[in-house]
Design a protein. Structure first.
Length: 151
């Protein structure tokens, strides 16, 4: 399994969910709550895979710039988790809910762009194809078990 393809597929899925959120009517509160929960769940699984499997492997690459990219990615995940935590305590009816969803979306877009333009290509060129395959398989397995746990 190609770990980069797996991560990019997740990115596209979350982008699609944000687009659905944007297109939901202002007063479609139940739909917005449902979409928020889907986004949160997808992001939690995705960040878990990166933090437990992918980032640690990339951090082992002996390259100062790559290590800095992973450190920045960790901080961006931290921010995303803070915003998700705040949204979890709110309702779509709250005046600030849409604005906070927009800020979450912008943060994710920025983070995904950096991963896809820098971190993922750097990982691909620095890790052997066997190592990449191994990471991808681990991520695929962990993803399946986390998704079972959520249902
Ligand atoms: Fe990612
Ligand atoms: Fe990430």
């Amino acid at each position: 399994m190609d770990p980069i393809a797996l991560l990019k597929k997740d990115h596209r899925e979350v982008e699609g969910l944000f687009k659905e959120y944007e297109d939901a009517g202002d007063n479609a509160f139940a739909r917005k709550q449902g979409l928020f929960e889907q986004i949160r769940s997808a992001l939690q699984v995705h960040m878990d895979l990166e933090e437990t499997i992918f980032y640690p492997a990339v951090k082992k690459i002996r390259d100062a710039e790559i290590k800095d990219e992973v450190r920045e990615a960790d901080e961006e995940h931290h921010l995303v988790k803070l915003i998700l935590g705040e949204l979890s305590k709110m309702k779509p009816q709250d005046e600030q809910f849409d604005a906070k969803m927009t800020v979450l979306q912008e943060n994710i877009e920025h983070h995904v762009e950096e991963e896809e333009d820098e971190l993922l290509p750097d990982a691909k060129k620095s890790l052997s194809s066997e190592r990449l395959e191994e990471l991808g398989n681990k991520m695929e397995q962990r993803k399946a078990s986390l998704e079972v746990g959520k249902n």
